[in-house]
Design a protein around this ligand. Structure first.
Ligand SMILES: [Fe+2]
Ligand SMILES: [Fe+2]
Length: 275
């Protein structure tokens, strides 16, 4: 394979999935006619998903050393590189949609922030912080939102793309809840209290990074929905609903003061929901 260096003319890194996406291009000939502006919105949406999925691969990969240090059962560790590979494939699937819509499957690669090490606490507690944030929060929210989008697109080519992605995100979320269920009983009272306090930061992070990715598209026609551009208002309601009806009760079951943490995070992030 030819060597390719994915940087723009200024040396900034690019995510170039044109080749990988071409092999995963769905047939979108049955999609309704879109205006040029609508097509550009759909391309932007799927390109944004492409980048987010690609970045998720790093998140899962970076959990490997951290969960090894926490000595989680080795049979669970193999789920981590598998999840990273899933995310890389999701990025390629989204790139395929971008190409099929007539767009370029190339985007600036945002600065990749490593997961926090949480060196202020022991390895078990540090690992649990990231497992909660990634598996129990991000992936669980992804499952709700993608499931709703997929239901809207059922029977069409994009419904199939989202269906395969959804099946993987369910596994990723389940991994988080499984690890939490195994490790939470090993925490002492002081660790449990610290982890409960950490939940405020974790919820604030979710709102800060996820809610702006769910933009409200004014006057969205149903045709645009068929191209996979979801209703941001509906997705935001689902985001809150998932936290309140699934995530908070799940964390509470693990002995964490999740309802209180969410209430505090809600107050701290009120300006983001209002924007
Ligand atoms: Fe994914
Ligand atoms: Fe995932």
């Amino acid at each position: 394979m030819e060597a390719r260096f994915n940087h723009d003319t200024n040396g900034a890194p690019l995510l170039d999935l044109r080749r990988a996406g071409a092999a995963r291009r769905p047939d979108l000939s049955t999609l309704p006619e879109l205006s040029d502006a609508e097509r550009q919105t759909a391309i932007r949406t799927w390109r944004g998903r492409m980048v987010n999925e690609h970045l998720s691969a790093q998140v899962w990969a970076s959990l490997v050393p951290q969960l090894m240090r926490a000595a989680i059962p080795p049979e669970l560790l193999t789920s981590l590189p598998a999840a990273a590979a899933d995310e890389l494939r999701h990025a390629e699937q989204c790139a395929g949609v971008v190409l099929a819509l007539g767009g370029e499957a190339v985007a600036p690669l945002p600065e990749i922030l490593p997961l926090p090490e949480h060196a202020d606490v022991g390895p078990l507690e540090a690992a649990l912080r990231n497992v909660i944030s990634v598996g129990c929060m991000s992936e669980t929210i992804a499952v709700s939102i993608i499931r709703a989008e997929q239901a809207e697109l059922e029977g069409g080519p994009l419904g199939d793309v989202l269906g395969t992605i959804l099946a993987d995100e369910i596994k990723h979320a389940r991994f988080g809840w499984t690890v939490l269920g195994l490790l939470a009983p090993r925490l002492d009272d002081a660790s449990r209290a610290r982890l409960s306090a950490y939940l405020v930061d974790a919820f604030v992070h979710q709102v800060t990074y996820e809610v702006p990715k769910l933009p409200i598209v004014a006057g969205r026609r149903p045709e645009l929905a068929e191209a996979g551009v979801c209703d941001g208002g509906f997705a935001r309601d689902l985001f809150v609903d998932t936290i309140e009806t699934i995530i908070v009760p799940g964390l509470a079951q693990a002995g964490l003061a999740a309802a209180d943490a969410w209430q505090r995070a809600r107050i701290e992030t009120a300006h983001i929901f209002a924007a």
